[in-house]
Write a protein that binds this ligand. Structure first.
Ligand SMILES: N[C@@H](Cc1c[nH]cn1)C(=O)NCC(=O)O
Length: 407
């Protein structure tokens, strides 16, 4: 069990680190853009290079984990991620900074799926929802703390020093993985097919399963408010329509991340306790939508807005159960591919919905409240779709009462 918990701590710390690395450039945009001589849009492109590689890599990550195990990729991924951050901090040449950002995104792409893969193969099935929720909570805490604590550090020490310190922390995770991470027993250790056949079979199994597609869309619609409201337009709407100051609006919106950290753990815990997922996803999506409806369209105090967004984040945390539902429908040898696919579709949703809501707001003459009606609409649709997804457990995910031994 010690090795299992060490794997959990290393995997989730890697996710926390990569989440901080991904948002770090947004903490001092003007200074960094000026430093590299970039316009706003040039800076946006530089920062977004992270996602250009992160999103398509997801499917590759899932396939290699299922085939080769996680240890090599947690070690290599954390090293690349840390090296990318350090490169970004060390250079004043924009091309090298871009390479650093790509390297960060490449390394980071291994974090979330590896952490869930390790939880799946190290722990008993009835712990998956709770522990995968805890992994997600680490990322959310990273986002919440990164925004507040690192902004303060950057103000006093400057962004390059703070980036360098973050990169060194990443090297610490790399060293911990190198020294302490052990591989769990998994179908990866006794794979018999050739590499090409493995890729073909895994993709055919995952992409040929309608249930996986449905759950990926549910996850995308349920995750949409995090990217669209909390990650981009929420602050603007609160400032424009509710007349909050910028700092007050940012603080109110950050409640979503704290709520998600709590909700993904609580949702997972309740789900594992009940041995049930589907109606928790459905109820969570409905309550998330109701909380956003209230915050968007009911005039309340700033405190109540914060409380409503905490609730929206809390019930939004239940979206993590879509990963449990997805991977439990398939055999253990494609868990990485299934989780990675659901994650990739969820992230792709951000790429679609963030500009779409901006476009709708423009089309509505700057009416963000109207454009953000897409938020409760998406969670409502997620609730509707999951209603038709059968709850099914493959025999590989029915516990025999033991945790996985190390190979
Ligand atoms: N919670 C996931 C995103 C998601 C996708 N579908 C449902 N939720 C998440 O935070 N993933 C981490 C990442 O950035 O990869």
């Amino acid at each position: 069990m010690r090795a299992a918990w060490i794997a959990f701590v290393i995997g989730s710390s890697f996710f926390l680190f990569e989440f901080v690395a991904r948002i770090e450039p947004s903490l001092d945009t003007a200074t960094i853009a000026h430093f590299f001589g970039l316009t706003d849009s040039g800076f946006g492109t530089l920062s977004s290079l992270f996602f250009w590689i992160y999103a398509p890599m997801q499917i590759v990550v899932g396939l290699v984990l299922d085939r080769l195990g996680a240890r090599t990729f947690v070690i290599g991924g954390s090293l690349c991620c840390a090296a990318g951050v350090l490169l970004f901090a060390a250079t004043n040449v924009v091309g090298i900074a871009a390479a650093g950002r790509l390297l960060t995104g490449f390394g980071a792409s291994f974090a979330f799926v590896s952490a869930l893969w390790l939880v799946n193969h190290w722990f008993a099935p009835e712990r998956f929802a709770l522990l995968s929720g805890a992994v997600n909570a680490m990322g959310m805490v990273g986002a919440a703390i990164g925004a507040v604590l690192l902004s303060d550090f950057i103000e006093t020490a400057g962004w390059r020093l703070v980036f360098a310190a973050t990169g060194l922390l990443g090297l610490g995770i790399f060293a911990a993985a190198l020294l302490f991470l052990r591989e769990p027993t998994s179908p990866a250790s006794d794979a018999e097919t050739g590499a090409v056949e493995h890729v073909r079979q895994s993709l055919a199994t995952v992409l040929g399963d309608g249930r996986i597609w449905a759950l990926s869309v549910v996850g995308m619609l349920f995750y949409m408010p995090v990217n669209v409201y909390a990650g981009l337009w929420g602050t603007t709407e609160l400032v424009h329509d509710h007349h909050r100051s910028q700092i007050a609006a940012e603080t109110i919106v950050s409640m979503v991340f704290w709520g998600m950290a709590l909700g993904s753990i609580a949702g997972g815990w309740i789900s594992d306790l009940l041995g049930h997922r589907k109606y928790l996803v459905l109820g969570g999506a409905v309550l998330t939508g109701l909380a956003y409806l209230a915050v968007l369209y009911v005039q309340v105090s700033a405190f109540t807005e914060g409380a409503l967004l905490l609730a929206a984040g809390f019930f939004g945390g239940f979206q993590m159960l879509t990963f449990a539902m997805a991977k439990e429908g398939l055999a253990n040898d494609v868990v990485g591919t299934a989780v990675a696919f659901v994650n990739m579709i969820g992230i792709a949703g951000a790429l679609i919905f963030q500009p779409l809501v901006g476009y709708l707001a423009d089309a509505a003459g700057g009416n963000f409240a109207l454009a953000l009606a897409t938020v409760p609409a998406c969670t409502g649709l997620a609730a509707l779709i999951v209603l038709f997804v059968p709850e099914y457990r493959h025999p590989d995910h029915v516990s025999d009462g033991s945790e996985a031994p190390a190979s």
